[in-house]
Design a protein around this ligand. Sequence first.
Ligand code: SAH
Length: 284
Amino acid sequence: MDEQPKIIKQGLSLELASFEPGWVWLVGAGPGDPGLLSLYALHALQHADVIVYDALVDLKILELANKDARLEFAGKRGGRPSPTQPDISRLLVKLAGEGLRVLRLKGGDPFVFARGGEEALALVAAGVPFRLVPGVTSGIGGLAYAGIPATHREINSIVTFVTGHMAGGNLPDVIDWEALARTSPVIVFYMPLTHLDDIVKHLMTAGRSKDEPVAVVSKATTADQRVLISTLEECSQAVRESRLKPPALFVVGPVVRLRDGLDWLGATTGKRLDPNPLEKGESE
Ligand code: SAH
């Protein structure tokens, strides 16, 4: 009974691929909580010579880097212009060319609204070998820390991830709002805050109910996580009043109601969970 599971007793004796000099590892750091790092991400932090990281990477995660690793910031800071994507790709190629183990660390997953594909293609063009290490994307893991599942059998067999921001800063004009509103019971928006009013208007015009439950999850999985529950109609105002800060996610759909039953994080500080969160309000 008291025996620990074998893997802990023996320590980590897994055979992980080794991080070779001259390689770039493009790694997802997850949404913030260091506990959500993959074993490969931790391995890379421990063995990298240089770490090129984004603004979204939590400082607690960088603290796990080996002491000799050089840290290169590649995000926006204090109004100064951020390095362009070609700048970053060139930097990765140059560092790998110097024979370094280059860790390119991105928040969440590198292939989800993170331009990881572009960086990897630049490596391919330059003949630099690379490994891709997926991370927990905030649109799934961040919601889970708010007690909101991306799918639930009684609710949705489709979930859609949408970026609220294009490269130029506008709401993507390629979105077919009617199709989205009609076919996807649950919609998760990344980078939603700048254009929240427009997003809400588009969804209601396309037929989504003004009373539909929505949530905004800010700084998910970090100590500063905040969750705002509202309705489609009222959320813009509520977000303005709440002063919620990015990074944040906006989730639309009935899965939001499950939070009353699944806010496991809230339960750690005494919140009572409702085992039947979907039954409420059904007689209304
Ligand atoms: N590759 C990342 C997404 C990068 S786009 C991923 O897979 O999660 C940046 C957007 O991600 C933010 O504007 C926000 O919408 C979302 N995001 C990333 N980390 C977050 C966090 N800890 N809490 C809430 N949203 C987050």
